[in-house]
Design a protein around this ligand. Structure first.
Ligand code: MCA
Ligand code: AMP
Length: 509
């Protein structure tokens, strides 16, 4: 019996007694303990009616038990569906309604809100708190450790991760065992991870970056993760001396650079810093090297594709580029309209093909078809060029997307909610430079004549509908939106107008 992903990650730990996770207080969870925990939780999942192929939707704080729940779901043949802890019940209702999970696991604090949502979808509901308590673990306690791992082939689904869309409707990206494992093994190799590594894990575990890239690599290499609940510059500075590698979004690095005690001595022994999920400004790259002597290794990925390209481990890591295609991954720059490859150095649509590319969007065959070329290349929606030395540069986005602190925000989703408010004729949502988050969200609203509408009123009205990080940090009112001759809103003009809005905001420490 094989389960492609689970067997490779935790099926037979090479050193069972070794620490897989080390917590902030120094307590450790061994590989054997993690394996046992996944057995107990997998038993609980089966007892709750989770069958192979069933979705398990999870909105919980980062904890070892939450990680065990991911691995246990895979072990039980289920499909893990992680959800951002910032999502409101309104947002969760959509995901649960769309994915129809057999089980929803939420924080005890949100149980009352989530219960009717789970009920409507016919799903069981259990809780898991950040300290590992809750009804899921109570059930798991009574289960045996030696769960018979459910057989899964490479093409079976291991996870569905929702990504927002330009139409405002989120799409579930279906990722197979092979998608996840092939990318993990490639990255272990490319980034030279070994059992000697200690990864400082400060990313959230509801996205590809923290869940798959960081966690799966540690497991596949038999390494150790220092597992912190979230990014906290004080804690990172305290624990860097005990680490060999760290993965982050650019905001982590700009925040560290804002700290005078982040210096060369602190990181002299470090082997690797990687960055992704959002563009790393070339100036951050340079400042980081000046301060620490380390060159951040920038790579490029997507929920739908895992990691696509990486700067070289050995060799020149170039600021402002995302490096070369990973082994086995094909990248081409194509004419957005025809899909025909453009000449080297020209800008076009970044398209990708390889074992890392997902199986399609959950129950959206037409959407899936429209985002793949007939020869199997996936259209990323990013614009780029490949330079004479083969490095990929991301130069923009064909999709209307804001990336704030590494989280994707689709303006359309917010505009639909703003447009629905009383007194609003129409709206445009834009991202403008933000010193801490890279981009900050701004709403521009055309009110009805004489409407009694204020910035504070708008912010209050959307509070329960949208995750906090998606809510516009500022709202402006205008008589009309600038449009081109085709009637399309010229967001570039709005961005130009508000470009300095957050310039004087402090970088967070
Ligand atoms: C928090 N806030 C934000 C963000 N995060 N606002 C805009 N953008 C954000 N990203 C707001 C909160 O709503 C709150 O607002 C205030 O900031 C403080 O909240 P807190 O939770 O304390 O913030 P924080 O802990 O400082 O979080 C910032 C963060 C976090 C550490 C940068 O956002 C983060 O960990 N980001 C990483 C995202 C990530 O992992 N992305 C990977 C996905 P108020 O005070 O007004 O209430 S992309 C991916 O996986 C692809 C495949 C890839 O390539 O990697
Ligand atoms: P997500 O949908 O959260 O997986 O985000 C994927 C998107 O993040 C990509 O399509 C890019 O637009 C962006 N992204 C990821 N890594 C980088 C990077 N290193 N530089 C610029 N953009 C990036």
């Amino acid at each position: 019996m094989t389960n492609i992903l689970f067997d490779a990650l935790l099926g037979q730990p090479r050193e069972p007694a070794k620490a897989f996770l080390r917590m902030a207080d120094g307590t450790e969870i061994s590989y054997a303990a993690m394996q046992a925990l996944t057995g107990k939780i997998a038993g609980a999942l089966v007892a709750l009616g989770v069958k192979p192929g069933d979705r398990v939707a999870v909105q919980v704080e980062k904890s070892p038990q939450a990680l065990a729940l991911y691995l246990a779901t895979v072990r039980a043949g289920g499909v893990f569906l992680p959800l951002n802890t910032a999502y409101t019940a309104h947002e969760i209702a959509y995901f649960v309604g769309d994915a129809e999970p057999a089980l929803v696991v939420c924080d005890p604090r949100t149980e009352n809100e989530i219960a009717p949502i789970a009920k409507r979808a016919g799903a069981a509901l259990k809780t898991l708190a950040g300290d590992g308590s809750g009804s899921l673990m109570a059930l798991a306690e009574g289960q045996p450790e030696d769960f018979a791992t459910v057989e899964r082939t490479g093409s079976d689904l291991a996870a569905i991760l929702y990504t927002s869309g330009t139409t405002g409707r989120s799409k579930g990206a279906m990722l197979s065992h092979d998608n996840l494992l092939s990318n993990t093994l490639t990255l272990v190799d490319e980034w030279r991870f070994t059992a000697d590594d200690v990864l400082l894990h400060v990313l959230p575990i509801f996205h590809t970056h923290g869940l798959f890239v960081a966690t799966n690599i540690v497991l596949a290499a038999g390494a150790t993760a220092i597992f912190l609940p979230k990014f906290d510059a004080d804690e990172v500075i305290r624990l860097l001396p005990a680490s060999t590698a760290m993965m982050g979004v650019p905001t982590f690095y700009t925040r560290l650079l804002g700290r005078p005690d982040f210096n060369r001595d602190l990181v002299a022994h470090m082997r690797l810093f990687t960055s992704g999920s959002a563009p790393l400004l070339a100036e951050t790259h340079v400042e980081f090297e000046d301060r620490t002597g380390h060159r951040i290794l920038e790579r490029y990925g997507m929920t739908e594709t895992n990691m696509n390209t990486s700067n070289p481990y050995d060799g020149d890591r170039r600021a402002g580029t995302v490096g070369f295609p990973l082994p086995g991954v094909s990248i081409r720059i194509a004419d957005p309209d025809t899909g025909k490859e453009v000449a080297r150095g020209e800008i076009g649509s970044i398209e990708v093909k390889g074992p890392n590319v997902f199986q399609g969007y959950w129950r959206m065959p037409e959407k899936t078809a429209s985002e793949f070329r007939t020869d199997g290349f996936f259209i990323t929606g990013d614009l780029g060029k490949i330079d004479a030395d083969g490095y990929l540069h991301i130069v923009g986005r064909a999709k209307d997307l804001i990336i704030s602190g590494g989280y994707n925000i689709y303006p359309k989703e917010i505009e639909l909610i703003l447009d629905d408010l009383p007194g609003v004729v129409e709206s445009a949502v834009i991202g403008v430079p933000h010193p801490d988050f890279g981009e900050g969200v701004v709403g521009v609203i055309v009110p009805e004549k004489g409407a009694d509408i204020t910035e504070a009123g708008v912010q209050e009205a959307i509070r329960d509908q949208l995750a906090r990080f998606k809510q516009p940090k500022r709202v402006f009112f205008v008589d009309s939106l600038p449009r081109n001759t085709m009637g399309k809103v010229q967001k570039n003009l709005l961005r130009d107008e508000h470009t300095a809005l957050f310039a004087s905001d402090q970088k967070a420490g």
